[in-house]
Design a protein around this ligand. Structure first.
Ligand SMILES: Nc1ncnc2c1ncn2[C@@H]1O[C@H](COP(=O)(O)OP(=O)(O)OP(=O)(O)O)[C@@H](O)[C@H]1O
Length: 223
């Protein structure tokens, strides 16, 4: 993933104008485990949303595997998101009428994976994430930390190339935060999935291999 001179301005040329991102130039290599950090309002979520194609840049170019995705139509971008990108949101966004098993398999089903393959992958992830006992429960019947693990399983199930996680530990206690990071680290090492977080959680930062700090929409540190 490569970003060239990416800018994002909300409400341009109006009194409400906000320059959320200014001249962002970044390259993310396959297998990275990186956190976008910075104070509240610095542009972390905006940048993550642009990387994942949930929002478009005001100007600049974005490349994914050498293709310019910033020029994609919304339909083509939706396809790319479905096939190659897994999202983990702070609010989990599980589907409440589906049980845990169905939630984990949801994206694979949309992608028309074979049911046997879906079942095998659900069992594999349930074992890694220690949620085997929860598969027949509804999201409303399990704890926040457990829901978060289900959200992780769903995000990685179809083996996307890129996982984007926005403040994934925000609602978790320290024990569950540690568990979540260990799992993502294991998936990053075992399945070589690229992981990019937006977070200001100290623990997430400690666990990251690369940290990109934003200040007022500008990259001020990359280490
Ligand atoms: N949809 C929007 N419309 C207008 N302004 C927005 C929108 N989304 C974000 N902004 C503004 O862009 C700037 C960057 O916001 P962003 O949410 O990316 O920051 P953040 O670093 O993720 O903050 P936090 O840690 O509080 O989530 C802020 O000034 C914010 O008010």
């Amino acid at each position: 993933m490569k970003l060239n001179h990416v800018y994002k301005t909300f409400y341009p040329d109006t009194p409400k104008e906000v320059k959320a991102l200014t001249d962002i130039n970044l390259t993310f290599e396959k297998g990275e485990f990186t956190t976008l950090s910075g104070e509240s309002g610095s542009g972390k979520t905006t940048l993550l949303n642009i990387i994942g194609g949930l929002d478009s840049a005001t100007s600049g170019e974005i490349f994914f595997e050498g293709e310019e995705i910033s020029a994609y139509s919304e339909e083509k971008m939706a396809k790319l998101r479905l096939h190659d990108i897994g999202f983990i949101f702070q609010a989990y966004n599980l589907i409440h009428v589906l049980n845990v098993r169905e939630n984990i398999g949801f994206i694979m089903k949309l992608l028309k994976f074979d049911q046997k393959e879906i079942d095998a992958r659900i069992m594999e992830l349930a074992s890694i994430l220690q949620i085997e006992d929860l598969l027949d429960k509804l999201p409303g019947e399990i704890s926040g930390g457990q829901q978060q693990r289900v959200a992780v399983a769903r995000a990685v199930a179809s083996r996307p190339k890129l996982i984007l996680a926005d403040e994934p530990t925000a609602n978790l206690d320290s024990k569950n935060s540690e568990r979540l990071m260990n799992m993502l680290r294991t998936l990053n090492e075992k399945e070589h999935v690229t992981v990019i977080f937006a977070s200001h959680d100290k623990y997430v930062l400690e666990q990251s291999k690369r940290i990109i700090v934003l200040d007022d929409g500008v990259v001020v540190e990359d280490r």
